[in-house]
Write a protein that binds this ligand. Structure first.
Ligand code: DAH
Length: 360
């Protein structure tokens, strides 16, 4: 006959000594499993005399209950310990500042932002985007745009010319985005409705001029294109771009070789301190040039001016970026100073849309 007290102290010690739930389960199986010691003792009760069974039955069942309790208590203790260890291992210091991802720290340059804003507005009005090369022929940059060969307007552009090539042709860095008008008319059949953003170059440098700058050109060619439509498009554009409910604009006669009539457009504003507000005030600020496409330009691009009419405009992207976002010096745009970009740049995932808000 097994010494029950001895068995009890051995089993309870084994339970106490089980270091994890697997070890504890092994002890349980050894004691109370099908082939366990205590199970065997219980099974032996059947072979005992009734008197003996009475005494032994109470003792063995008592042992079984004690062991079961000890198993349950140890199991709970091991679970709690395992959980504590897990919590300690996975502890998070919630007081630490959040780790900043590259996407968060990068900034969109104001030129890119404003170009995205412009194109969002014009695309919403049904315009397509057209692009042309920075290195342009004299023909597209000047001649086809109705600048006669020795016309003084060529000098006004402070052009960067390349040395003549073998055939004697002198390429240049385009002085405006207007050659993209020529390329578009030569490549597409009207009706045409395009805007052409891009880099432009002139040999000029001061607070509001840099040798490389950006323009966006607009061109509409249709049978009935007219000045009224041009004014509407520009007014709608200015309201959307400057995010004001109305703007007052002034169209002044001007001269460009490629438009007739030609106009410069001023927008009403108020200057106070270093700030400019649009849609109110007594001041006027020139923002773009525009006009009806000159008959010679249409003809140079293979369109019959008796059938087709067009209007066009050109505007400085850098200039309206400075106006809208209050940047005083154009040269800073190209200094690649990370502190400037942190201050004036835009968050990369806030894409400008008319529905979602342009400037976020
Ligand atoms: N190309 C002109 C410039 O750079 C701007 C301009 C004026 C473009 C009138 C146009 C226009 O399309 O119609 O000064």
């Amino acid at each position: 006959m097994t010494d029950l007290l001895e068995l009890e102290s051995q089993t309870l010690a084994a339970i106490d000594g089980a270091g994890d739930e697997a070890a504890l389960e092994a002890v349980r199986v050894g004691a109370l499993g099908k082939k366990g010691v205590i199970s065997a003792l219980l099974a032996s009760l059947g072979k005992m005399s009734p008197d003996e069974r009475k005494i032994q039955g109470a003792a063995i069942n008592g042992l079984k209950d004690k062991v079961s309790e000890a198993l349950a208590a140890r199991k709970a203790a091991l679970k709690a310990k395992a959980r504590e260890a897990q919590l300690a291992a996975e502890a998070v210091d919630v007081t630490l500042p959040a780790r900043v991802s590259g996407l968060e720290t990068g900034r969109i340059h104001p030129i890119t932002q404003v170009t995205d804003e412009l194109t969002a507005i014009f695309v919403d009005m049904g315009f397509s985007i057209a692009e042309g090369p920075d290195i342009e022929s004299d023909d597209y940059n000047f001649t086809k745009l109705n600048f006669p060969p020795s016309h003084p307007a060529r000098d006004m552009h402070d052009t960067f010319f390349f040395p003549p090539d073998a055939s004697g042709e002198r390429k240049l860095l385009r002085t405006h985005t207007s050659p993209v008008q020529v390329r578009t008319m030569l490549a597409q059949k009207p009706p045409i409705r395009v805007v052409c953003p891009g880099r432009t170059y002139r040999s000029d440098a001061d607070q509001t001029h840099t040798p490389m700058f950006h323009q966006v050109e607009g061109l509409v060619i249709d049978r009935t294109a007219n000045l009224g439509q041009l004014k509407w498009v520009l007014e709608e554009f200015c309201k959307a771009f400057f995010e004001v409910p109305h703007v007052a604009m002034r169209f002044r006669p001007s001269f460009f070789p490629f438009t007739s009539p030609s106009m410069e457009v001023d927008i009403q504003c108020r200057r106070s301190g270093g700030e400019i507000r649009f849609g109110e005030g007594e001041d006027w600020l020139e923002i773009l040039g525009c006009g009806m496409v000159h008959a010679n330009v249409l003809r140079n691009c293979g369109l019959d001016p008796d059938v087709w009419q067009g209007y066009a405009w050109g505007l400085g992207i850098d200039r309206i970026a400075m106006l809208k976002y209050g940047m005083p010096d154009l040269r800073d745009f190209f200094e690649a100073d990370i502190r400037w970009l942190d201050h004036y740049g835009f968050r990369p995932l806030d894409l400008p849309t008319l529905a979602g808000g342009l400037s976020g």
